[in-house]
Design a protein around this ligand. Sequence first.
Ligand SMILES: *Cc1c(COP(=O)(O)O)cnc(C)c1O
Length: 392
Amino acid sequence: MRRIYLDNQATTPVDPRVAEAMFPFFTHKYGNAASRTHEFGREAERAVEEARARVAALVGAQPEEIVFTSGATESDNLAIKGVVRFHRARGNHVVTVATEHRAVLDACRALERDGEARVTLLPVDGEGLVDPAAVRAAIADSTVLVSVMIANNEIGVIQPVAEIGKICKERGVLFHADAAQAAGKIPVDVEAAGIDLLSVSAHKMYGPKGVGALYVRRRNPRVRLTPILDGGGHEGGLRSGTVPVPLAVGFGEAARISGVEMAAEAERMLSLRERLRRGIFDRLDRVRLNGHAGRRLPGNLNVSFECVESERLIDALDGVAVSSAAACTTAKIEPSHVLRAIGLPEPLAHAAIRFGIGRFNTEREIDITLDLLVKAVKGLRERSPLYRSSDS
Ligand SMILES: *Cc1c(COP(=O)(O)O)cnc(C)c1O
């Protein structure tokens, strides 16, 4: 049976090197990293601290600025709710963007619903980019946080975070960036981009599911936030709960590998992505690229096929795993909020496919996918009265 995985924005397979690094921590190295009274605990603690340093190095941070969490969803929640709750006396206004991940949008919405925050949702242009000038204009005296993702999970668009970071610094407002898609794929540097809080997730960079991190700046300025969980005061009091040592170790190894191989891998992803894009645009008419052509993740392609329903196309692409929208919203079939935000008309939003190319994809897999895709689109269009009766 054919199985081609092209959904690397939903999750990535665990790199075998990562799995190998984790294994001893499931078997004989089972200490609790907080148990410093014996060697089992100290051995676990050393491993967790090494992992922390590796995650920090990937994003230009110091190890003590990394807080392990269960993933980017939790990191986003901790950053947004934590900052808003801590700074309640100073203001309650949050600025974010319409194309953010649900974890950011829903955390903001929850605060707004409970009367804890007032939220400004900025629009994006037709290519998915937010205007830094709009961020500047949205900042008020009551603004405590700006949250803008680095790279989008659906259309791969890379936001001008360094410009936004500079504006936030000038205005004395904290800047949170969701880097779940960006970290390990493109260079991320919290210093260069003026980022105060940064969310990352291991399973988007060939690490295990269930672990992530929040970078929390320690100086210029020292970021203060109120934790969500009460408990043993782990992770500098910001995230109580025993650190999952095997997951943290896997995360560290995934971060290390991504850092070392990033440039070469990005080049290879781009070449595979362009092979797929050229094939689609050369062999099919009436297709539309969603999201900015250049400012996007090397492994991401999001294309609408006119007069084709993406759910049908996905069924026809038997054995090739792609996604019609953000994986998190596919439980209910409604147009993605990201495609709506770039102004894509509803029929085109329902005709969109996200291809997420990753570390383990090959040229041959791209070619097989192309052949299947072209055949499937043509077949579906032959049966589409709309396609046959129109020629735009
Ligand atoms: C996947 C993803 C998340 C959620 O990460 P989890 O670790 O699965 O909770 C948040 N933001 C973006 C941009 C993502 O791609």
